[in-house]
Design a protein. Structure first.
Length: 276
């Protein structure tokens, strides 16, 4: 059976990601292995049987550690494919923030201090900070929190910066094997609204947008609605994306089936065919 490899530390931050996987394993009689992400963790030394596939779930750092190991072929991530500077220009007007530019955090801070409002996200999907719409005050709060809680100065991090836009709502979409398997709303009319989405019309729209570009066949895509039109907001690696109100079993059933099929037919991960 597919083995789940789950991060067991920092649960105050990532428990909402990991615990649904633990519960899924208990319900389905699947094996899971849990370890702490520490500076000296050497993933290559772990005695793990991945002959039926390996499902890695935890923080962004957790997935990156496995990506750099002998188990890296089970990690659905490619830095260039997920970079906003890659998919933004490809999608153009089908991306909410497709018309943007690259700048450092330092330059973004200067621009915001002049009174601009910008949508900012790290160009690489490393979660240096959470993407969003910022003015000078809200941006200063983000930078101060990073300095105080983590001792991190972000000045040289490269951002994708784009003009501020008002949207009507946002939905998270899970793709496995290049196919849409689940959706969850997380914002509507400017307010947090978490609910599962089971609407064929929205599913058709999400599938169409996913067909335009996916950084990997297994990925999470966020879409936004604005004036009746739908746009891609961002992509996240499936190994670390929040569940919101998704049917976790639907996602994990599809993901486990995909991993088991790959273990038999083509161990390793190919670049997404959906984006070709």
């Amino acid at each position: 059976m597919t083995v789940f490899v789950l991060q067991n530390n920092s649960l105050d931050r990532i428990g909402r990601l990991v615990m649904p996987c633990v519960e899924y394993c208990h319900r389905n009689g699947l094996t899971f292995v849990d370890r702490s992400l520490t500076v000296d963790l050497d993933v290559d030394t772990l005695d793990l049987d991945d002959s039926r596939g390996m499902l890695v779930y935890g923080s962004v750092g957790w997935a990156k550690r496995f990506k750099e190991s002998r188990f890296g072929h089970w990690i659905d991530y490619d830095e260039d494919a997920f970079a906003t500077s890659t998919w933004g220009p490809v999608l153009g007007d089908r991306a909410l923030n497709g018309r943007g530019e690259l700048m450092t955090v330092q330059e973004a801070t200067r621009r915001l201090s002049l009174g601009e409002r910008l949508h900012l996200r790290p160009d690489r999907n490393d979660k240096a900070f959470g993407g969003g719409l910022f003015d000078a005050a809200s941006w200063d709060e983000v930078l101060a929190e990073k300095r105080s809680s983590m001792g991190v100065v972000l000045d040289e991090v490269v951002c994708w910066a784009s003009p501020a836009k008002t949207i009507d709502g946002e939905i998270r979409c899970w793709f496995v094997g290049g196919e849409l398997v689940e959706m969850s709303r997380y914002r509507k009319d400017g307010a947090l609204l978490i609910e599962r989405v089971d609407d064929p019309a929205i599913a058709r729209i999400a599938s169409e947008l996913g067909g335009l570009y996916l950084p990997r066949d297994n990925a999470v895509m966020d879409i936004a609605f604005q004036g009746g039109e739908a746009y891609i907001v961002e992509y996240n690696k499936i190994h670390s994306a929040g569940w919101y109100a998704a049917d976790v079993d639907r996602v994990l059933d599809a993901w486990v089936a995909d991993l088991q099929a790959r273990a038999v037919s083509r161990p390793g991960i190919l670049l997404s065919t959906a984006s070709l």
